[in-house]
Design a protein around this ligand. Sequence first.
Ligand SMILES: Cc1cc2nc3c(=O)[nH]c(=O)nc-3n(C[C@H](O)[C@H](O)[C@H](O)COP(=O)(O)OP(=O)(O)OC[C@H]3O[C@@H](n4cnc5c(N)ncnc54)[C@H](O)[C@@H]3O)c2cc1C
Length: 402
Amino acid sequence: MTPSRTSTRRKVLISGASIAGPALAHWLHRAGFEVTVVEKAGALRAGGYPIDIRGTATEVVRRMGILPELRDAHTDTRRYTFLDADGRTVAALDGHAVAGGEEGPDLEVRRGDLATSLYALVRDDVEFLFDDSIDTLDESEQGVVGVTFRSGRQRTFDLLVGADGMHSRTRASVFGPEEQFHRYLGHCFAIFTMPNSFGLSHELTMWNVPGKAAALYAVGDDDRLHGFLSFHQPEPPSAALRNPDVQRDLVGAVFADARWEVPGMVDAMREADDLFFDTVGQIRMPHWSSGRVALVGDAAYAPSFLTGQGSSLALVGAYMLANALATNRDHATAFAAYERRTREFVAENQALVDTGGATLFPTTAGALEQRNARLRKLDTMPSATARPAYSALRLPKVAPTR
Ligand SMILES: Cc1cc2nc3c(=O)[nH]c(=O)nc-3n(C[C@H](O)[C@H](O)[C@H](O)COP(=O)(O)OP(=O)(O)OC[C@H]3O[C@@H](n4cnc5c(N)ncnc54)[C@H](O)[C@@H]3O)c2cc1C
């Protein structure tokens, strides 16, 4: 679908086709916008680690009509087992008790399954430019954003939205370097796939010593599983961030003396062709828009995987931004409304980092013992009680349609 020059529909370019991008594309298309999505990868990224959809975000996917297929794709993790340094069981928790509280069960799906469902919703209505990205932006011409793509094509749009993730280039080019918005949370992690030679199925097994964690996550019955190695590091390892060889050496050195299955995991990490290494951090910005450019999802307010809320914030943020644009013709008013109505929800969910998953990665022996004592006492995880942050936002009743 090529945008027509004579079209009076407002043209929006979205950078990034993962969760926030296609979700926003869906709602904006329904609201009558002409939408183009540019994605630097050659195709939609499939597969991937499991993510959760909870609270208000569940209502968003219900309104999109994809809740039934996401329920079918639910990974149904049945058991969480926590191990000590020698691989002895500290606690084993029933997955059904862990996922979801008073509001009903959480949805846990592979990130790629969610992205695929969102893409399938919009691919016939929205223009997708894969294997391309924004090279330069020009806001000097009145009323439009001029974009030159890496491929050389040049286009103009009424608005641009960066949905290009934690390390957003859109954010860097409009708001400045990432450092000023990145809140480092003191941990680094490596995630990769490896052979499931352990016979694990629908379960997560996590080994901890103070400041280090290793997990085997068998999302289904597959012959491969997700290996996860995370460690406390007071300062972000800047040298490692752009160099996979340095990342592998760093992780190898940190886990050199570890017991249980960790040596085999480190070997698998060294072999993996899908290693994903990053710092654990959040994006916190004073504003999510500037001129005709706005940010959504991780690009604007990544909460870190310690909250388990990144995808949910991306879905809810996309809905709120589309709603604001659909109900306010003036983009500045719309961006202000998006921010005003969404910021508290984002802040509450980012704050989960101090109480939620972070407590699964204690950095001192005392804190680890306290966590283990809590786990031993529990039939359910602490988070299985009511979690108002997930549901703290009431969606505008009217879906963003015209
Ligand atoms: C190990 C791990 C575990 C996680 N667990 C959970 C969980 O349990 N629950 C949860 O809710 N969230 C979880 N998350 C977070 C979740 O994956 C993200 O918060 C969520 O995917 C955010 O979606 P997004 O669309 O904003 O950004 P992303 O998913 O990061 O997508 C950004 C997209 O933009 C593209 N892109 C990047 N740069 C450019 C460019 N210059 N031009 C064009 N395209 C570009 C990328 O290729 C990508 O497709 C986890 C993350 C990790 C890493």
